[in-house]
Structure formats: structure tokens, C-alpha cells
Ligand binder design. Structure first.
Ligand SMILES: [Zn+2]
Ligand SMILES: [Zn+2]
Length: 281
């Protein structure tokens, strides 16, 4: 019986009220026994959820808010800043909540888009709020990453840029619809700000698309934000070899090269570009 209730809950959108459960035929006793045996959770007064909801979502249910902004994005691996964000929740107007963890960011913005699940805001609203909470390149990386992960559509992107805070106008004008990760966004903007010309998703026969081509002569690959481990090692080296075979010097950047030792990375790319240009002349 308990197993069935957990499945029923998943079908109801992972969360249901006791009334909703009753209409599916669940008795109070079967609900209690499923909670007691840990198959479902009693998340808030009269509200039950399946066990795979994460902590931010459970907190949202408990306080009657919705997972919002950077928290919602980070749940899906979308760029939400270099550090793991704290809890960002959307509350109803006039909703006061004192039981939240210290440092939680509370938002009261009006929802622009309807969204069925009661424990989270729509993708459009989550990204729009994130643009308010993020600065500069982080905001651009968030938009590009949300588009790449198909969390928002191409049409949404245009609307979000229009609705973004004025302070982001200049950085958002650098939007690249082909960018695949926050690491790529940060290094691309860093190169542009240092005066380099950058082409993105440059195609090399036999190698596929190189993340960036700087000044028409140096290839840049950025490692993924998620750790792929051994399964990426060989394909990445094969790609590097194929790109070099076409006469394009290539540099592969990992997180510390972009966020901790960027000056050295810039020096390296300047040197590589100079060498490639000298060799061509
Ligand atoms: Zn579920
Ligand atoms: Zn926020």
C-alpha cells in the first residue's frame, strides 16, 4: 500500500494535500502508515510529499513559499554563481516568515508566468529573479546556461533581456546563444575585455566544435562545470590532438585557470596568439 501511495504522490506532482490523497482512495490509516514507514513525508500541515524532493523544496513547502531564483537554477545545474547559493524563496505578498535559515534570500516579486507545481516558480520567473540577484558576468552566464540547458526558450531569452535590470544592459549585449557553460561565458568575456576577438563554437573537421577561437588562431576549450572524470579524459585529448593537427594551437582551461589564476591565463593566450601570428607572417 505504502509503495502505491508514493507512486500516487509522484503522479500528483510529488506533493499533495490530504484531501487530494483521499480522492485517490487513500485512507487516513494508509497515509499514516506510509509516513511512519518513511515511504512518504508529512511535509507541512495537511501536505504530503514523496521522498525524493530536496531540502530547499521541503523548506518551501513547510513555509508555504516556492523555490526561486538561484536555488531553483542550481537544482538543475544551471549557472547560479561560482559559489553554491543559499536558499532563495518566493513568498506571497504580505507573507512574513521568521523560521527560515539565516542568510536566506526572500523574494516577493509578482509571478509573470503561471506555473503548476506549488513548490517552485516558473523557469521564466526563476531566471528573471536571478538576473536581479546576480552581478555582471554571473547574470550573463546564468542566461546563457539556462538557454543551453533548455530551461528557457529562445523567445523567453529576448523577453528576459528586455525585462532585466538596466545595470545589466551592457553585459547582456554580449549574449552568445551557443555558449555551453558558465566557465565558457566567463573566459569569453575575459578575453573580449582584454581586447581579443572571440569566435564561439568554431568547427574543426574531425574534432568538432571548439568552444572558442581567439584572434582567429588560438583555440580555447573549457572543461565542464560538472566533473565528468575518466569518461571525458580520452575524448578531450583526442579532440585536442585533432585541433592541433589542423595547425590551431589549443589551450584547455579548468575552473582554477578562469577564476583563480586568470592573469596567467591571459599572459599565456597573448603569447600563443603572438607566436601563431608570427608563424603565419
Ligand atoms: Zn516524486
Ligand atoms: Zn534571489
Amino acid at each position: 500500500m505504502g509503495y502505491d501511495l508514493a507512486t500516487v504522490l509522484c503522479h500528483l506532482g510529488h506533493v499533495a494535500t490530504s484531501l487530494q490523497l483521499a480522492t485517490t482512495g487513500a485512507t487516513r490509516r494508509s497515509v499514516k502508515s506510509a509516513v511512519d514507514s518513511g515511504l512518504i513525508r508529512h511535509s507541512a500541515k495537511g501536505v504530503f510529499s514523496c521522498t525524493h524532493l530536496d531540502q530547499p523544496t521541503v523548506t518551501a513547502l513547510q513555509v508555504g513559499g516556492r523555490v526561486d531564483c538561484l536555488t531553483r537554477l542550481s537544482q538543475l545545474g544551471i549557472w547560479s554563481g561560482i559559489a553554491r547559493p543559499g536558499l532563495h524563496l518566493r513568498l506571497r505578498p504580505h507573507h512574513h516568515q521568521r523560521r527560515l535559515e539565516p542568510g536566506a534570500a526572500l523574494h516577493w516579486s509578482r509571478a509573470v508566468r503561471e506555473w503548476g507545481p506549488v513548490f517552485e516558480v516558473s523557469p521564466f520567473d526563476a531566471v528573471l529573479q536571478a538576473l536581479t540577484c546576480l552581478e555582471d558576468v554571473d547574470a550573463l552566464a546564468c542566461l546563457e546556461s539556462a538557454l543551453f540547458k533548455k530551461f528557457i526558450s529562445d523567445d523567453d531569452l529576448g523577453e528576459l533581456i528586455d525585462a532585466a535590470p538596466d545595470r545589466l544592459r551592457k553585459i547582456l549585449s554580449l549574449i552568445d546563444r551557443g555558449a555551453q557553460s558558465g566557465f565558457e561565458t566567463f573566459s569569453r568575456v575575459g578575453f573580449i575585455r582584454d581586447g581579443f576577438r572571440v569566435e564561439t563554437q568554431f568547427y574543426v573537421p574531425g574534432a568538432g566544435h571548439v568552444d572558442m577561437l581567439v584572434n582567429g588562431c588560438v583555440g580555447i576549450e573549457t572543461d565542464g562545470e560538472e566533473w565528468h572524470g575518466a569518461d571525458r579524459f580520452l575524448p578531450d585529448r583526442t579532440k585536442d590532438r585533432e585541433v592541433e593537427r589542423h595547425g590551431i594551437r589549443t589551450l584547455r582551461l579548468a575552473r582554477p585557470h578562469i577564476f583563480d589564476t586568470w592573469t596567467t591565463t591571459l599572459e599565456t593566450v597573448h603569447r600563443m596568439v603572438r607566436d601563431a601570428e608570427d608563424a603565419a607572417s
